[in-house]
Design a protein around this ligand. Structure first.
Ligand SMILES: [Zn+2]
Ligand SMILES: [Zn+2]
Ligand SMILES: [Zn+2]
Length: 166
C-alpha cells in the first residue's frame, strides 16, 4: 500500500505556508527546519534549534507557530502518557508510534492497514470512529542491547563469584 508521507527534505516550506494562508517568516521556516532535523521534538527542543538561527525568538513564539501548524495540518501533535507534547511533519499517513520505556525516544511505526481508522472495536454503538491513536510501548534496540549486556555481565559476575566460593 502506498502512503503519502511528507518527507521533510522534499517539503516546499514556502509553498506549504502560502497554501495554508500563513505568512512566510524566518521563524516559521526555522520551525519546519527544526522538525525536519528532529522529528517528534518537544517545544523546548524546537526552541533550542530555532534559536540557533533566530536568536530573538521566544518560547511563546514557538507555541504559537506550532499551534498554527497543527490547526493547518502541516504538523501533527502527539502526546504519549508522561511525556510533553511532541511535534512532527509526518502527517496524514496514519502512522503510529513506539515509545521506549527506558530512554523515552519515539519511533515511527508504519500502520499495517494504512488508512484510518485501522482498529475497529467490536461494538462502538452509534459512535463514528475516524481514527485510532496507537502507541506501542517497549524497549528500543539500543536499550534492549544495553539491558541484555547488563544481564550477561551480572550473570558472568555471579558465575565467577560462585566459582570463588566453591
Ligand atoms: Zn531506548
Ligand atoms: Zn511520527
Ligand atoms: Zn494502524
Amino acid at each position: 500500500m502506498l502512503h503519502t508521507i511528507a518527507q521533510p527534505d522534499t517539503v516546499d516550506v514556502v509553498a506549504v505556508l502560502r497554501e495554508h494562508g500563513l505568512k512566510v517568516t524566518a521563524p516559521r521556516r526555522a520551525v519546519i527546519a527544526a522538525l525536519a532535523a528532529k522529528p517528534h521534538a518537544a517545544v523546548d527542543e524546537v526552541f533550542e534549534l530555532v534559536r540557533q538561527t533566530q536568536p530573538t525568538t521566544s518560547l511563546q513564539a514557538m507555541y504559537s507557530i506550532l499551534g498554527a501548524y497543527v490547526v493547518a495540518g502541516i504538523v501533527q501533535r502527539l502526546e504519549p502518557a508522561g511525556s510533553p507534547a511532541r511535534y512532527e511533519l509526518r502527517t496524514n499517513d496514519n502512522h503510529h508510534h513506539a515509545v521506549c520505556e527506558k530512554c523515552e525516544r519515539i519511533f515511527d511505526i508504519d500502520c499495517a492497514v494504512g488508512a484510518a481508522p485501522c482498529l475497529i472495536p467490536e461494538n462502538a454503538g452509534d459512535f463514528q470512529i475516524t481514527r485510532a491513536e496507537v502507541i506501542y510501548w517497549g524497549l528500543c534496540a539500543a536499550c534492549e542491547a544495553t539491558s541484555r549486556q547488563a544481564t550477561e555481565a551480572s550473570q558472568a559476575f555471579s558465575a565467577s563469584e560462585h566459582k570463588l566460593l566453591s
